[in-house]
Design a protein around this ligand. Sequence first.
Ligand SMILES: Cc1ncc(COP(=O)(O)O)c(C=O)c1O
Length: 373
Amino acid sequence: MSAPFIPVNEPLLDGNEKKYLNECIDSGWISSEGPFVAEFENRFAARVGRKYGVAVSNGSVALDAAVAALRLGPGDEVIMPTFTIISCAAAVVRAGATPVLVDCDPRTWNMDVEQVRARIGPRTRAIMVVHLYGLPVDMDPLLELASTHGLAIIEDAAEMHGQTYKGRPCGSFGELSTFSFYPNKHVTTGEGGMIVTNDAQLADRCRSLRNLCFVPQRRFVHEELGWNFRMTNLQAALGLAQLERLDEFLQRKRAMGAHYLQLLGDLPTIQTAPAQTSYASSVFWVFGLVLADEIGFDASEAMSRLAQVGVGTRPFFWPMHEQPVFKTMGLFGEDRHPVAERIARRGFYLPSGLAITTAQVEAAAAALRRILQ
Ligand SMILES: Cc1ncc(COP(=O)(O)O)c(C=O)c1O
């Protein structure tokens, strides 16, 4: 009999999740009007050192709301990494603004700060910072650039719950910072997201955009277009129970990363991002790796070989400048970003969920070793 499949992610839901969900059902509060929403917003914002939290239906729309709240639009440029999820560029494009892309650092896979400096021009209004996979972006030089050039920072901390940069929480750096609560995140609500900020007006504007821009005085009369991006009480109940365990979850993730490194760190045919830099210790949101050039096949072949032996994986992001949808729109015509192009083709991640067992890490690592021999 073959061993059971090791999923790329499985959440841990064995804290107060059921208790809080039962409270929703017993009280009848299941919509976004229920009390868990505000409680989750307040506790989550406090955890990342911000004054306000605005819970929304996922991390992608959190970015749409952030871009809209900052009133970015036609003629405005937003500098962002090419190596990220499409949600980042989509939010900017949907607002009618223009994404301007930078490549990533080959060591950390995060956006290359020197390239950001080079791409600032007269139309630049904002930098969208995206922390990827385990390490935060090197924020100090970016904060300095933003302040020198009067640029807003939108910080996509979707993958960084609980991570810090030089001791300061990820999610505390943007005019608006966003999170995702998809089940592969350190805090999940099934689907969900949050915008955090210290700016009362921006928080109000995000709340309004999330709720169809209702005007309190004249319900159903609108002066602006918003969306229904509301989070339900059920989702917030789940989120609150998860948030209570964030420190334990971070420990688990770091232990998982250390274990994988212990088992695979000697392999010359894979590159992993550093576990430790001068500004952060990786939180191993996922255990990502890039195949060295001497391996005669790419990530998709490696992933299919691993799937055949029961190991789930996910490919790395596909760069924005290589997205068919953006090419069709005439965006990023001559852009070349060799680091992102390479790691997109040769990078993927191993099973990394919070519920992963020691035996599963060992089996996944052994399977990888076998296919690379
Ligand atoms: C960096 C980053 N930004 C945004 C998102 C979008 O979040 P969601 O899946 O909740 O829409 C993700 C999702 O995984 C992400 O990794």
